[in-house]
Write a protein of this length. Structure first.
Length: 141
């Protein structure tokens, strides 16, 4: 029997995933993380982007808007304001959010401040990358 670690991915609204996995991969503020069973305890903030879990050689993908990742000896918890399965990300809404952020960045008189516009741009780009990766993964199977 392969070693596993329990992972909980939760948003402010609901639990998105809970179960035993072989590994979890996420984009932390300081770089990419790969967490395997018996990983050293850790607490770090996450960037908007993908969280991937490996279960019996198959990858499941999730999108998080940022948040926190906590690693304990037998449990990994991902806490995010927004979290969803990658296939549930709305591509049209992400493209529109990206366009809005681009307009705000290019418009000096915009109502949205530059930091907020850049944050929205990063979130939209992360959602689009999640969609793109999910398409590549599903087309290669």
């Amino acid at each position: 029997m392969a070693m596993t670690i329990h992972v909980d991915i939760v948003s402010a609204e609901k639990e998105i995933f809970s179960g035993a996995v072989d590994a979890i991969f996420a984009s932390a503020k300081m770089g990419e993380l790969g967490i395997y069973p018996r990983h050293t305890p850790l607490l770090t903030s996450l960037k908007p982007g993908e969280v991937r879990v490996l279960i019996d050689g198959k990858e499941e993908q999730f999108y998080v808007s940022g948040g926190m990742l906590e690693v304990q000896p037998h449990v990994v918890t991902v806490l995010a304001d927004t979290a969803m399965r990658a296939e549930d990300v709305d591509e049209a809404a992400a493209l529109e959010a990206k366009a809005d952020a681009e307009r705000a960045i290019n418009d000096a008189d915009a109502k949205m401040d530059m930091a907020e516009a850049r944050a929205k741009m990063a979130e939209a780009m992360a959602q689009l990358r999640s969609i793109e990766r999910m398409r590549k993964t599903t087309s290669s199977h």
